[in-house]
Design a protein around this ligand. Structure first.
Ligand code: COS
Length: 388
């Protein structure tokens, strides 16, 4: 049983503790039974189930409420809990939030009511389309264009590595509207699937499979009402959404790491070596201790970032970057140790730690690679030093 003592930390309110307990009980049944053979079907079915059972209300703001803030601690608790059970379960939940994050944070009442109602109930699946073939880390270099024409914007270009690409009903798409060069000339749009001129051109396979695609836009006409926020604000919208969701990626990594520690403890306390349990070897205890410390340190960074945002701190760029960098990199290390402690079984297909080993890797790349997080943290450190 994963360590739950972190729930006593002062970052949380009682409703967070209730959420963690209730979701864990639900996920112990629902998320442990996902059939990974057909990932499109598995994701669609799991989103519908998450919606029916009410968990997707944590993925986006409530369009009927006047409070447009997201509860980032709840987002993190849900991701950590689901990831501990199954990577695809976490993915299905996470994308409902990231895909509509711009609508939650910057959408108007009509946009929120039209889309968030559907994504929070599981009726619609969402996707976040930022990356392009020539610009992954360098968002300011995005090339896809959106040109105003009458009551529409006409979109041309490509997006790639788009999670839920191919199964989503609605996409948040970032494109160059050209108010200024670089970061100041992008805008964000809601693009429903099926608009003429919008196609899926390629599905991408990865080591931890989930729906992923390249999108093509050829003179795709998007109504002006689907512009999110102001024209030219797209870069800041994307970064603000990532500030909220990077700590949740870190939370998912934390869930994977906790599961790896649990699996390791199960293994080393039952496996015999030279007449004693593997756990009795001090070198094994050393690994277990390092894993436990990494997990707690990551949790502190994750929930510090989430708590700060929930307390109304306008920008948590630094704390979000620290949480994502540390939690994903250390989870990789924790899981690698778990594989080692499992011996040959650690690399055997179908073993949980083998699955975790594949699941964790992409988290150090997507939503800002570890190297990008280091750039963000270093810039903030320099700015603080120069201000002092
Ligand atoms: N929130 C709000 N505004 C932000 C911001 C944030 N987190 N980060 C930057 N901005 C603003 C800046 O204040 C600046 O505004 P002004 O022009 O008014 O001064 C503007 O946006 C440009 O910022 P900056 O100069 O830092 O932009 P860069 O091009 O140097 O950005 C990085 C660099 C690498 C940090 C950015 O492109 C990034 O995060 N890349 C990774 C993208 C990513 O995560 N991709 C994955 C996609 S989803 S799988």
């Amino acid at each position: 049983m994963a360590d739950r003592s972190f729930l006593d930390w002062p970052f949380f309110e009682d409703h967070h503790r209730v959420l963690a307990e209730e979701l864990d009980a639900w996920a112990s049944v629902a998320a442990e039974r996902i059939d990974h053979n057909d990932i499109d079907k598995a994701c669609a079915q799991f989103v519908a189930k998450l919606g029916q059972d009410g968990w997707l209300r944590h993925s986006a703001v409530d369009p009927r409420s006047a409070d447009s803030r997201m509860d980032v601690r709840s987002l993190c608790i849900v991701r950590e809990t689901l990831a501990r059970h199954d990577g695809l379960a976490d993915f299905a939940f996470a994308m409902q939030g990231l895909g509509t994050g711009a609508i939650s944070l910057f959408g108007n009442a009509a946009q929120q009511s039209e889309w968030l109602t559907k994504t929070r109930s599981g009726e619609a699946i969402s996707a976040f389309a930022l990356t392009e073939p020539q610009s992954g880390s360098d968002v300011a270099n995005s090339a896809m264009s959106a040109v105003p024409a009458g009551g529409h914007y006409v979109l041309n270009g490509q997006k790639t590595w788009i999670s839920n690409g191919g199964i989503a009903d609605v996409y948040t798409v970032f494109a160059r509207t050209g108010e200024a060069p670089g970061a100041r000339g992008l805008s964000a749009f809601i693009v429903p699937a099926g608009l003429p001129g919008f196609h899926i051109t390629e599905r991408l396979e990865t080591i931890a499979p989930h729906p992923l695609a390249t999108l093509q836009f050829d003179n795709c006409r998007v109504p002006k009402e689907y512009l999110i926020g102001d024209a030219g604000q797209g870069f800041k919208i994307a970064m603000s959404v990532l500030d909220v969701f990077r700590p949740t990626v870190a939370a998912a990594a934390l869930g994977f790491a906790r599961r790896a520690l649990d699996e390791s403890l199960k293994r080393v306390t039952t496996r015999q070596i030279q007449g004693a349990s593997l756990f009795d070897l001090q070198m094994v205890q050393g690994h277990i201790a390092d894993m436990a410390v990494d997990i707690d340190a990551a949790a502190l960074l994750v929930y510090r970032a989430a708590w700060m945002k929930d307390m109304g701190v306008p920008r948590i760029t630094r704390e979000a970057a620290m949480a994502k960098l540390f939690a994903t990199d250390r989870a990789q290390e924790v899981i690698d140790k778990a594989v080692q402690l499992h011996g040959g079984d650690g690399v055997r297909s179908g073993q949980k730690v083998e699955e975790l080993y594949r699941d964790i890797r992409a988290l150090r790349i997507y939503e800002g690679a570890s190297d990008v997080q280091r750039v963000v943290i270093a810039r903030q450190a320099r700015a603080a030093f120069e201000e002092a």
